[in-house]
Design a protein. Structure first.
Length: 199
């Protein structure tokens, strides 16, 4: 059974989460290189959470073995009306200034997930930034955005108009370390799962 750590977007629980990942790496006998990558992936995920405004708490845990592992976040979809209206105004215009870089895009998508319900259900609706649709998972009732889908679609469009997005992927720490990052809604929770296969 994984040890669940309570973290928030103000840095509380950060050190406990990092210690949990170090303990996981030791228990699973990950190589020094893989242990560092697990810590780096965790720091990226925690940094993404800390970049979200407002106040919320997430459950953090890590699962896996010596061959692969996954960092999990579960957060209840609670957001006050003022914050919801403000965020929808920004995200529907496609001008969310925080959505720079891959981590910024994942943060943006996670924050939309916090809206819950009708606001978070369809990442491909018109007016939303193109990276929502490029990573959305069709006909999936659980995960609604995947870094792997985003990578594939950016790769397919690289010769056309996605050269900058491809460069951004190549420079992103989380895109280089994680095999996949999924963001979705499960019941009244938004979740993030960042997975990696060990080398």
């Amino acid at each position: 059974m994984a040890n669940v750590i309570s973290i928030d977007n103000h840095g509380n629980g950060r050190e406990d989460a990092l210690k949990e990942v170090e303990q996981f790496a030791a228990e699973k006998h990950l190589s020094r290189k893989e242990a560092l990558k697990a810590r780096l992936l965790t720091e990226e995920v925690l940094g993404m959470v800390e970049g979200i405004s407002g106040q919320f708490t997430s459950s953090f845990w890590i699962t896996g073995d010596e061959q692969s592992y996954c960092i999990h976040l579960d957060t209840e979809t609670k957001m006050n009306v003022w914050k919801r209206d403000e965020f929808l105004d920004v995200s529907s215009s496609g001008k969310n200034a925080s959505a720079k870089g891959i981590l910024g895009k994942i943060r943006d998508i996670f924050e939309i997930g916090l809206l819950g319900g009708e606001y978070a259900g369809d990442m491909s609706q018109p007016g939303l930034a193109p990276y929502y649709a490029m990573g959305s998972v069709p006909d999936d009732t659980d995960a609604f955005w995947s870094l792997n889908n985003y990578r594939k679609n950016v790769g397919d469009r690289r010769a056309e108009d996605a050269g900058d997005a491809w460069d951004e992927l190549e420079k992103s720490v989380i895109a280089l370390v994680a095999e996949d990052v999924q963001v979705g809604i499960r019941g009244n929770k938004v979740y993030l799962a960042a997975s990696r296969k060990c080398e």
